[in-house]
Design a protein around this ligand. Sequence first.
Ligand code: F6R
Length: 241
Amino acid sequence: MEIIINDDHQVLAKIVVDSIEAMVRQKPDSVLGVATGSTPIPIYEELTRRVEAGLDLSQIRIFGLDEYVSLDENNAQSYAYFIRQHIIEPCKINPANVRLLSGVAEDLKAEAADFEAAIKAAGGVDLQILGVGHNGHIAFNEPTSSLASRTRRVSLTEKTIEANSRFYNSVDEVPRHAISQGIGTILEARHLVMLAYGEEKGYAVKEMIEGPVSAMMPASALQLHPHVSVLIDEGAAKTLQ
Ligand code: F6R
């Protein structure tokens, strides 16, 4: 596991985007897995600047990590909306090359199976961007998720619902379920890039890097992967040995 600690989030974003740019120059139709949430936003802003400066992402293929059940792509709280606003439109990505999970599919089991098949057909994810929840979730794999789990419908914990409520008028409006790539699915990406900022992520970061591998700490599964880059700031790194 490669661990990079820097308090400047722009510097960390540039490191990640350098990797993406090098990958795309070598393989223009690279497969990029994208996370939503506040942490990766500087990466998408930096990627947008590179596109404005001439980087061509027209052939890359994008896969999402997760989506709330019941929110469609036009709902501003949906992850599809976020990905369109922060990545697809500003980075001029061909919408035909984008496969996100649908939270409004009639048959979520079929949607999950189709999504897994689409990743396989694309040859797997080359680089997967990840964030971590306070409780150690990755994508929406909450504590107790099987480390071998595949894409499926999941229930969110009260902690996650509470953390997400900052984007809603009231906690009652926050969706209770999501459809999420499994931990087993995520571990099949060739390069995992995990970002975590702030002291409030300190516990999850410590357990992810130093703790035992456990279903109670989904992010600890990253210890099982041969190519992981963890980019954190001093706050998130404070609890590390
Ligand atoms: C989002 C996702 C989540 C977030 C995590 C951290 O697609 O999969 O696991 O990465 O909740 O979110 P932020 O970055 O908002 O702290």
